[in-house]
Design a protein around this ligand. Structure first.
Ligand code: GLY
Length: 435
């Protein structure tokens, strides 16, 4: 019998809980440490889970110390701000095996101006864009008679909320003025051509030279049904969305190939999960963004489709042998829905501390629950963040998976009628199938 390994996951939310679930299924893994983690993650595995909730994902020094003290065999860096903080580089320098991109490769996410220049250089189809470093220059640009629609985007990390749509120059001017709310992340910003089409995301495991395409998802970013209301971190996803046909798949593979080769040529090989946020316009794929991690909640529908041992996948990535990996993905469709605190993403402070009820009854219906903004206080589960937990179900098609998710969600409530979730996750594919 091989020695059981201790692994560490850097993440606090539903994505981290899904990684706990997946690493928990590995025959190599004994102990799972999560920074910061949350109290509900333990339900996803029978293995021992320790969380470090007093730490941040950017607490580089402390994380390195824990890895050395606990003799951690592998760290999975799943969160963008940890990549930007150079956690992967620091852990590698400390002799620890890491799955995740080095800071310079992760620049594809934490510096959207650099990312656009990279895409242009390596001929990756993208919207046109302009980069600005002062409010005045951006306003002058949009006031010069242009009738275009834009996405005004903070160049730095902004918890997925840094892109503001602007359908005319007045909206663009207000969006430019709003960039300051992102602090340092909004000091440099972009005006990107607003492309109209259907969005999807794709995920690849990269080892610096090669990649393996894992799967596709479709997120629902707006807070309310009908894609209305403010943008969120993501309110729900489906896997294997029908917008991804053979033609889209082929283009996506070509784009990943260009990206992986581009990183290599730039002397910053990309190792880890690469997230491609794409849009399809009349059959052609354009890249809206690349991210240096799994999506959240995309991870909740993609990771469970992987039949391989995740610890072994990590070893192949680190060894630069992903080409040889016989990656096995199941054909099920998965749906995940975020159970959020009412008022998220704008104002949900009054929901913090309220009890989350009947999680156990929801689990009994056969779904997976991935905890996010939730904690244990005495005998109760209570709200600790905007997206409280995620409910995921699988089926042979989107209808079957969706029905299971919503049956489970009917069991859950937040004290004082404070639960909010979208009831139309997967609507595009449902409409496609019905029509
Ligand atoms: N769900 C979108 C993201 O993870 O960026």
């Amino acid at each position: 019998m091989n020695k059981l390994r201790t692994i560490m996951i850097i993440d606090g939310g539903g994505r981290g809980a899904t990684l706990v679930d997946k690493y928990g299924q590995s025959k190599h893994v004994g102990n799972i440490l999560v920074v910061p983690g949350n109290d509900l993650m333990q339900i996803n595995t029978k293995k021992k889970v320790a969380t470090y909730q007093h730490l941040k994902t950017t607490s580089v020094k402390e994380i390195l110390e824990i890895c050395q003290k606990e003799k951690v065999d592998l760290v999975d860096v799943a969160q963008d701000n940890a990549v930007e903080a150079g956690l992967v580089d620091k852990l590698m320098a400390g002799g620890i095996d890491v799955v995740g991109p080095i800071r310079k490769a992760g620049q594809i996410e934490w510096d959207k101006a650099w990312a656009r220049d990279f895409m242009k250089k390596y001929k990756i189809p993208s919207p046109s864009y302009h980069v600005f470093s002062s409010v005045k220059d951006g306003i002058e640009f949009v006031s010069s008679g242009s009738k275009a629609s834009w996405f005004v985007k903070a160049a730095g990390l902004a918890e997925g909320k840094g892109a503001i749509p602007a359908s005319n120059s007045n909206e663009a001017i207000s969006a430019i003025k709003e960039m300051k709310k992102f602090g340092k992340s909004g000091e440099i910003y972009l005006l990107e051509q607003w492309l109209v089409g259907e969005e999807f995301s794709a995920f690849a495991l990269c080892d610096g030279k090669d990649f393996k395409l894992v799967g596709f998802a479709q997120d629902h970013k707006r807070v309310n049904d009908g894609d209305e209301g403010p943008n969120t971190g993501g309110m729900g996803c489906v896997s294997n969305p029908l917008i991804v046909d053979e033609n889209v798949r082929k283009q996506v593979k070509e784009i990943f190939k260009k990206a992986v080769n581009g990183f290599k040529k730039e002397g910053r090989p990309y190792k880890g999960v690469l997230y491609l946020g794409g849009i399809v316009i009349e059959g052609k794929v354009f890249v809206i963004e690349f991210n240096a991690r799994w999506g959240d909640p995309e991870a909740e529908v993609i990771l469970p489709s992987i039949k391989n041992d995740l610890y072994e996948i990590g070893q192949e990535i680190i060894a630069g042998k992903i080409e040889k990996l016989d990656l096995k993905i199941d054909k099920k469709v998965r749906v995940v829905v975020a159970a959020a605190a009412k008022g998220y993403p704008i104002d949900y402070a009054r929901v913090r501390g309220k009890k989350v009820l009947r999680i156990d009854q929801a689990i009994k219906t056969g779904v997976r629950i991935y905890g996010a903004g939730i904690k244990r206080v005495d005998e109760d589960w209570v709200v600790a963040g905007g997206r409280v937990l995620f409910v995921m179900a699988e089926g042979k098609n989107v209808m079957e998976a969706r029905e299971k998710v919503y049956q489970a969600l009917e069991k859950i409530s937040i004290e004082g009628d404070n639960l909010h979730y979208r009831r139309d996750i997967g609507w595009r594919d449902i409409n496609r199938i019905k029509n």
